[in-house]
Design a protein around this ligand. Structure first.
Ligand code: UDP
Length: 323
């Protein structure tokens, strides 16, 4: 029997790749998205309901109308800097509205939930690579909102039998390998698309946020993970929950760290184009190094990333960026 999945935030970057994958795997898909940052034409299958998860009456109608087997939640505010200057936006949307969504699930007896969490729940790393046991000590409101929901999910699991998987993304990047989908943030703040836009001549240069970190070349090291590999991990999480898996959080990354300088070099190599670089000051809240230990996801979710190299990630992102 085909599962029916509600994908909240399915018109966004990671959500839209997920929706495509669900369609490929034969799932029935309903997308709920307020299109505040998502794109209608990024929803390549299923039905798009334009609306807000804050709208409890809308959720009630939607859950009454359909028998969802699981809910996937990609709808959140994701900019660390903005979360510092406008924390209310983050607490209201990422915490308050998520609780509204969970309330509708409880009300209608939907008990499987996949949650988009983040490496930002860890704060400044005490060791590397970071496993799931690493202390959660977020250093900005964005990370705190995600950690609050992870804790609520533990409690909801015990009290209400609502089982969930929280997936802590490290640095999502890349695009659909066929060029169907990609990253479209307005304004763009993420490194890979910014460097590619500079290579495409759509930006004069890239600013590197700090070159005096305690890393081999002085620039920050991150664990970049292909958006299709992220989507695969979500698919495996759905399977895990459908087989009765208990509430759990998993780190998702490749376990390889690449510096900002290495990303710029990879873009130059893949595109064959020059990229002008300026060095700027450090960005507040940036740890020197964030690299995942994703052994647990490999073992428990049987997750197998297939586009793990930085080159593959940059190549697919370039196909989209140069479309
Ligand atoms: N970065 C940079 N210049 C930019 C954007 C990002 O040097 O214009 C750096 C940033 O400091 C971090 C890395 O690139 O070390 C990845 O940043 P991004 O915003 O893509 O993801 P985040 O790590 O914040 O999730």
């Amino acid at each position: 029997q085909t599962p029916h999945i509600l994908v909240v935030g399915g018109a966004g970057y990671i959500g839209s790749h997920m929706v495509w994958l669900l369609g490929q795997r034969g799932a029935q898909v309903t997308v709920l998205d307020n299109l505040s940052t998502g794109h209608r034409d990024a929803v390549l299958c299923g039905r798009l309901v334009e609306g807000d998860m804050a709208d409890a009456a809308l959720l009630d109608r939607l859950f009454a109308q359909h028998r969802f087997d699981a809910v996937m939640h990609f709808a959140s505010c994701i900019q660390v800097g903005e979360s510092v200057s406008d924390p209310a936006k983050y607490y209201v949307n990422n915490v308050g509205n998520t609780l509204t969504l969970l309330g509708a699930m409880r009300e209608h007896g939907v008990r499987q939930f996949v949650f988009s969490s983040t490496a930002a729940v860890f704060g400044e790393p005490l060791y590397s690579p970071i496993d799931e046991q690493h202390p959660r000590a977020p250093i900005n409101p964005y990370g705190r909102t995600k950690w609050m929901i992870e804790q609520a999910l533990d409690d909801y699991g015990h009290a209400y039998g609502l089982r969930s998987v929280s997936l802590r993304y490290f640095n999502a990047a890349g695009a659909h390998p066929d060029g169907l989908l990609g990253e479209r943030h307005e304004p763009e703040t993420h490194l890979v698309p910014l460097v590619l836009q500079a290579a495409a001549g759509r930006r004069p240069h890239v600013t590197v946020f700090g070159c005096d970190y305690d890393t081999p070349d002085g620039t920050c090291v991150r664990d970049y993970i292909h958006v299709m590999d992220l989507a695969e991990a979500h698919w495996q999480a759905l399977r895990y929950l459908s087989e009765g898996g208990a509430t759990r959080a998993f780190n998702l990354g490749n376990g390889d760290g690449y510096s900002v300088q290495q990303v710029v070099d990879a873009v130059r190599a893949v595109t064959g184009r020059p990229v002008a670089v300026q060095v700027g000051p450090r960005r507040a809240g940036d740890p020197a190094r964030l690299v995942a230990n994703a052994a647990l996801a490999r073992e428990v979710l049987r997750w197998r990333p297939r586009h793990a190299s930085l080159e593959a990630i940059v190549r697919d992102a370039w196909r989209w960026e140069s479309r």
